[in-house]
Design a protein around this ligand. Structure first.
Ligand code: FES
Length: 272
């Protein structure tokens, strides 16, 4: 090799180094179904979460605070007397306080290895499925701006841990009544509990987490605790796609539940 040959990926599927097959694909199955369903699901979540994030209303119904709005860091979330509040952003912050914190879970999911696969296939058709040619003439992968920013995922993981801790705190607070007395439970407490279990499972199933827990070790035999933790995270990691979807749905449902209570559609059924 002289070092001057084009990189095999530099010209997309029509590169000289690729097999000269003119048909976009030779598949006979319904390969388009999975990317189409994925696109519909992600699009529905984008529409719903955009509406709720900018609504700046109906995000607190004692003792529940919407996961889209917690922790509330702006002065303009006085509608939320309990929960982790801090007026870090003063009166100058005029838009919805959800925007301040949604950057972190959004960044975590946008750069997630599974979601990358999902939207590269379903929105960018790059490629739309295995063994189906992509329409783009060039392919530079994630080696240049802007996609090189996907490498930020490992840092978003640390923020995602913080977010999961905050939502855990909110779930604990949900076991109170509307006067903040402990030892009570409503349907919302169960909704929050299911959500936080899924959020933790998704967060810990992250590929970056798996690397942090078990990576860069030469001998597992000398690190039995990390080995056990790595095995546990590995089991979750096997289900990363399912957990990505389940936690996406559960966080939207938890928010929607708070919205229904806060907007007076119905009252939270209390068990005790
Ligand atoms: Fe999906 Fe990290 S790889 S959350």
């Amino acid at each position: 090799a002289t070092g001057t040959e084009p990189h095999p990926n530099s010209g997309g599927v029509r590169a000289r180094t690729r097999a000269a097959i003119s048909a976009p694909h030779l598949r006979t199955d319904r390969w388009w179904l999975a990317p189409a369903v994925t696109a519909a699901g992600l699009f529905a979540f984008i529409v719903y979460s955009t509406w709720r994030a900018f609504a700046n209303a109906d995000y607190y119904a004692a003792p529940y605070v919407s996961p889209f709005y917690s922790p509330c860091l702006a002065e303009n979330c006085k509608a939320m007397p309990s929960g982790p509040n801090a007026d870090l952003f003063g009166g100058w912050w005029a838009i919805s306080p959800a925007i301040i914190i949604l950057v972190f879970p959004l960044g975590f999911r946008l750069t997630c290895y599974y979601y990358r696969k999902a939207y590269y296939r379903s929105f960018w058709a790059s490629p739309p499925a295995c063994a189906v040619a992509e329409p783009h003439a060039k392919y530079s992968g994630e080696t240049r701006f802007p996609l090189i920013l996907q490498n930020l995922h490992r840092y978003f993981f640390y923020f995602a841990l913080l977010v999961a801790c905050v939502l855990t705190y909110d779930t604990v607070l949900s076991f109170r009544d509307t006067h903040e007395n402990w030892g009570h439970m409503g349907l919302g407490s169960l909704v929050f509990l299911a959500n936080i279990v899924l959020i933790w499972a998704y967060t810990l199933s992250c590929h970056s987490c798996r690397h942090i827990v078990g990576g860069k070790l030469k001998h597992f035999s000398q690190h039995p605790v990390r080995y056990k933790a790595w095995q546990f995270v590995g089991k979750l990691n096997n289900r990363h796609m399912q957990l990505a979807w389940a936690s996406l749905v559960s966080v939207a449902l938890a928010d929607f539940y708070v919205y229904l209570l806060a907007s007076g559609v119905f009252d939270d059924p209390r068990f005790f």
